[in-house]
Design a protein around this ligand. Sequence first.
Ligand SMILES: Cc1ncc(COP(=O)(O)O)c(C=O)c1O
Ligand SMILES: N[C@@H](CCCC[NH3+])C(=O)O
Length: 434
Amino acid sequence: MYFYGTTGVNKQGHLEIGGVDSLELAKNFGTPLYVYDVSLIRERASGFKKAFAEQNVKAQVAYASKAFSTVAMVQLAEEEGLSLDVVSGGELYTALAAGFPAERIHFHGNNKSREELEMALDNQIGCIVIDNFYEIELLKTICLEKSAKVNVLLRVTPGIEAHTHDYILTGQEDSKFGFDLQNGQAEKALAAVMAFESFDVLGLHCHIGSQIFETTGFLLAARKIVEKLAEWKAKVAFEAKVLNLGGGFGIRYTKEDEPIPPSQYVSAIIKEVKLLIEQYSLEMPEIWIEPGRSLVGDAGMTLYKIGSSKDVPNVRKYLAVDGGMSDNIRPALYQAKYEAVLANKPLAQNTETVSIAGKCCESGDMLIWDLPLPRAEEDDILAVFCTGAYGYSMANNYNRIPRPAVVFVENGNATLVVKRETYEDLIKHDLPLK
Ligand SMILES: Cc1ncc(COP(=O)(O)O)c(C=O)c1O
Ligand SMILES: N[C@@H](CCCC[NH3+])C(=O)O
């Protein structure tokens, strides 16, 4: 059995996390419950920061808050000295409400609205990552109206196809994101932003995809970008102060996944960029990255209560839990795989293979297919590992199922950081017909 961070088995033979018995968590906070191992998030954050410090380059590690955005999480990112990537007014609002320093917030998105851009300017956030020509014009208009200046990065697509699921690929030419580096769009965008004096054009951004296990894609992207920068230095005297290579660092969900440590990505990227910079006689830019999943993914687990079961003779046995695609849509959306144990007997011998079904009215609402487990009883607690990224943040109210609570655990203490939704919450914006 593979345990992440502080997860282990306590004297009572129960699964524990952050020094807290998972059965106590389930009893005190109810199920389904998202539980986060805070010290593992701290460890992941300092891993990235240390890797940059060792390379002796100016850097920012911006937590991609789309992976898991709540006030407490943003405050934890602040405590760890991270910057923050937001992609919507809602994520920006959360960051500001959490007291996150505005100058360390970077705003992404392929269709930022006027209101969102105004909110960003009014709060003087660190930079806006411009995605398309529409946004250049809109942002120019708003800057003129407000007599505001703003730092910008241009998001470019370098034409890289990283090896990951199609829906989480972003760096290839046929993508909804960014300016294409090869077909002249990026150069045209650069000319447009350089010509507007209220923009301080810090540099370029690219993000090649998510759940990537190798450095090759990042190095290739860096090469394509630096080559372009060399061309632009000669042609239009543009020099980038910042090169943001995005996130996408893979994590271990199951034994099939073999992630490499953050330090390895960072050192490979820096080595390559330094080499290229030297080769083309450019100034070394600050290197920014935006890890989401790799900061919070394996620090989160979800606790469910087991309810009904169904045998399909000679085919499979279904075990149903009290959550499902409403709290974790990733298996349905990306065929994502997870591992799980019974929290009340994590070390018991596996005696059967079961498939874990959710409770939504959807045949595709399956959390795990073919999971080896000891014989489970009604009310046993199932702990699904590695649900910390894109679990809570993609949760929904399908079938009017309330979103679960979120608890942070550290050094034997459990803190409720998001309350469980209530039925009243579900209808609070509904208006009666009469
Ligand atoms: C622009 C950008 N930055 C960062 C991330 C974070 O990715 P991940 O959670 O895979 O690190 C994403 C999501 O894929 C993204 O689109
Ligand atoms: N939400 C996705 C990743 C896409 C991230 C945003 N570009 C996941 O769960 O894996």
